[in-house]
Design a protein around this ligand. Structure first.
Ligand code: NAD
Length: 364
């Protein structure tokens, strides 16, 4: 198969981790006879520096013309003081909106080899952590009106959170469909005791539940959900929620699985052209040191093969190689066990070495 992939390396650790994912994709083409054509696209801080814009039209077009987009991460202190509409993260929001990818799928699964890297008690981890957060990605407060006005000598900052029925229904369907393919349990997370948008969210979810009678729907307030994720994560199968709640909960969920560096994500809309990225940011504190964990990005590339290119065997090949790497005791710094005895059984590796060792373990 011949596929065109737009590659956004971005800022901070972005270029280092994307490089490893590209090596892995190249190995897949070699093993399975596919051709992946890469087009570099600029977004984020590096695009501000080069083009004066976090996502110029020319770069968005490269992404829209591709079969899918692989992204590292964007942002960093250097651009903290630029105006709000020019921030690196604005490029990301525009990319998601431009591609129409309204459904962000973030798995929170603990690799058995990393159980001791979870900050949770062993008794909780042993019950299992394996759920998916389906997050609405192009609506809600991140896309509402933002303004700061001066009133009575005081600054008043306003961010609007709005959802219409159609936006809720389309992400709700993804939640139900995802649950249908897994444990058939869907937890809809909102703040309906306070927010109108959440009351509408809840009503639409319950209307949809009449169509998906094989899926058990439950409701949970977001504050309770934040607590339940650390208290009893085994209760969750699929969580569906709005943009900001999903952003926060998925970082929390990633942490209980060991490290934010391990978690991939896929974002899809009406077409198979998806956006694939690790869930972490550009980690400026470790950028350029060759110590970042590239596995979240490598697994994002695997998700691209599975969900956009219909290459399940190739995706399995990457995921199995990652599993073998962990079986063999290799760990980047973020997933080294904190316990000294456990750490002594592991071998600490850097970002490039991690990519190389995964390549060595890839076989058809
Ligand atoms: P972050 O996710 O970049 O980092 C949080 C912590 O996790 C840091 O200690 C970092 O070193 C560590 N970490 C993250 N990824 C890692 C990896 N692959 N391997 C090892 N350790 C890793 O979050 P932050 O520090 O809040 O944000 C840094 C910048 O990234 C900000 O400019 C923020 O706006 C941006 N950001 C971008 C995205 C994105 O591009 N999708 C997402 C979140 C934050």
């Amino acid at each position: 198969m011949n596929k065109n992939i737009a590659v956004i390396r971005g800022d901070g650790i972005g270029p280092e981790i994307v490089e490893q994912a590209l090596k892995v994709l190249n190995k897949i083409s070699e093993l399975y006879g596919h051709t992946f054509n890469y087009t570099d696209a600029d977004m984020g801080g590096c695009a501000i520096d080069k083009h004066g814009d976090p996502l110029p039209e020319s770069e968005l077009k490269k992404c829209l013309d591709s079969d899918s987009v692989l992204l590292g991460a964007v942002g960093g202190d250097k651009w903290n003081n630029v105006p709000g509409h020019m921030r690196p993260e604005k490029g990301l929001l525009r990319l998601r909106a431009g591609m129409g990818v309204y459904s962000n799928n973030r798995p929170a699964k603990i690799w058995p080899q990393l159980a001791s890297a979870s900050p949770l008690k062993k008794s909780i981890v042993d019950k299992g952590i394996d759920f998916i957060i389906v997050r609405e990605l192009i609506g809600g407060i991140y896309f509402g009106e933002h303004k700061t006005v001066e009133e009575n000598g005081q600054k008043n900052a306003i961010d609007i959170l709005a959802y219409n029925e159609e936006e809720i229904e389309r992400i709700g369907r993804i939640g139900f469909e995802t649950a249908r393919k897994r444990g058939k349990k869907l937890c809809s997370v909102e703040k309906s005791n306070v927010l109108d948008s959440s009351r509408l969210w809840k009503a639409v979810m319950h209307k949809l539940a009449e169509e998906y009678t094989d899926v058990e729907l439950s409701d949970m307030l977001v504050d309770n959900c934040a607590m339940q994720i650390v208290k009893n994560p085994a209760q969750f199968d699929v969580v569906v929620t709005e943009n900001m709640f999903g952003d926060i909960l998925s970082d929390e969920a990633s942490m209980i699985t060991g490290s934010i560096g391990m978690i991939p994500s896929s974002s899809l809309g009406k077409t198979t052209c998806g956006l694939y990225e690790p869930i972490h940011g550009s980690a400026p504190d470790i950028a350029g040191k060759d110590i970042a964990n590239p596995i979240g990005t490598i697994l994002s590339a695997a998700m691209m093969l599975r969900f956009s290119f219909d290459m399940p065997e190739e995706a399995d090949c990457i995921e199995n190689a990652v599993s073998k790497l962990l079986d063999d005791g290799y760990r980047t710094a973020d997933i080294m066990p904190s316990d000294e005895k456990e750490a002594a059984k592991c071998k600490k590796i850097g970002c490039t070495e991690c990519g190389e060792l995964i390549l060595e373990r890839m076989a058809k």
